[in-house]
Design a protein around this ligand. Sequence first.
Ligand code: XMP
Length: 512
Amino acid sequence: METIIVLDFGGQYCHLISRRIRDAGVFSEVLPNDVSVDELKKIKGLKGIVLSGGAASVYDKDSPKCDKEILNIGIPILGICYGHQLISFLEKGKVKSGESGEYGLTEMNLNVTSKSESELVKGLKQKQMVWMNHRDIVEALPAGYIVVASTKHSPVAIFENKKNKIFGVQFHPEVTHTENGQKLIENFVFNICKAKKEWDVSNYAEQIKKEIKKELGNKRAIIGLSGGIDSSTAAVLISQVIGDNLVAVYVDTGLMRYKETEFIRQAFESFDFKLRIVDAGKQFFKALKGITEPEEKRKIIGKTFIDVFEKAAKEENAEFLIQGTIYSDRIESGITKHSATIKSHHNVGGLPKDMKLKVYEPLRDLYKDEVRKLAKQLGIPDELVNRHVFPGPGLGVRILGEVTPEKADIVRRASHIIEEELKKQGWYDKVWMAFGVLLPIKSVGVQGDERSYKFPLVVRIVESQDAMTATYVKMPHKVLEIISTRITNEIKEINRVVYDITNKPPATMEWE
Ligand code: XMP
């Protein structure tokens, strides 16, 4: 497949560049800045290379660089922001430390002749607003380069080496604030790199099915179905090739959502794989008895899950373990060197060590919204595709103190009421997550003329883009009141409801 590689120099928009190229219909992947020229040459269908932005200055001692030979392999190059400065630096132009920098929207002017001559700016206006975020600037061009556009502070806002097809832009075409930014990216991809428009998830699904046939053949495979979109999509995709040679194991930990087992059974009844439901609640509650420390709880839940799953895998005699790992999981787990927020992800890091299963990850190259598109195409019900995320340790992290079946039941029913009311009032799709948290304390109330002494329940409703930060949702008081009244009426163990008004940071979304 034809590919445009984005080299990661640490910029926060690095992955956005890759997304924009995929949106244009060409496959794109992010690689670390120090990938060797030999490795790049081995990539089948390599059509172009983008050097991303980054926070460093090219003159910093430890600033990320790439092999200069990349500029000589005869493949079109586009440098963005830091990438633009780096090309100039490597080609012996002059980069100057800007005194004040240039941030936000700036007017850019195309040179008189470039509008008709430069392929990169075809179809752009003479003047347009571009989004800048830099301190250093390219001051003098390297030999063989010409200026295509300028702004007040950046005399070389775009440059071009026509002969070698090397381009640099000081601004960020990948952010939506830049006028005609997508047009510029598409000019690079199609007019300059001559890439074919062949990437979309349905084409990809066909290609990946061929790979599944080749890799798995008629061998037996097993997958852990969590009720989330990634494992569901992986399961359906694989089963379309190997049918009931795939066993999907759903472990009911006793800490799952309201009527989750029924939901799973219904959602997947029309698909081909064998669904094995393991009712393991008793085992989890036994392991969690007397445990109150949050990290210890998480570890016990994780270990118990692996024990249960491993037993099922052995009984099913599977040769492959299918995982729903997606591209962002791999990024978070550090496949690129400069990604700012690296955390170990359970899909990638926590495999049972002594399971002699070969791991296969059919969604490894897809972004979340691409998985969502694919899931819809595969006929996975909308209710599953659009549902909120749910933490791996389940309700275990929403019951403070000891986890018992009774408490799990309280918090499960409360969360269900919260979600049901948000759906009724049109709020469910607008928020990241909405759930209840049960506290291990009691307070006094009055119900039916009698004094009560019961648990309080915390309602937590948050908004987030990427799970790394979050804000609490400013819900209308009327909706909160309906939720509070229903919870205290319908759950006899609760006599008080409070709303969590903390953002992340300083809090996390979950309470443990
Ligand atoms: P926090 O509480 O860290 O949560 O702000 C951010 C998002 O991650 C989910 N979460 C988890 N998901 N395994 C998961 O698969 C976990 O151990 C886990 N802990 C938190 C949480 O629900 C939220 O969406």
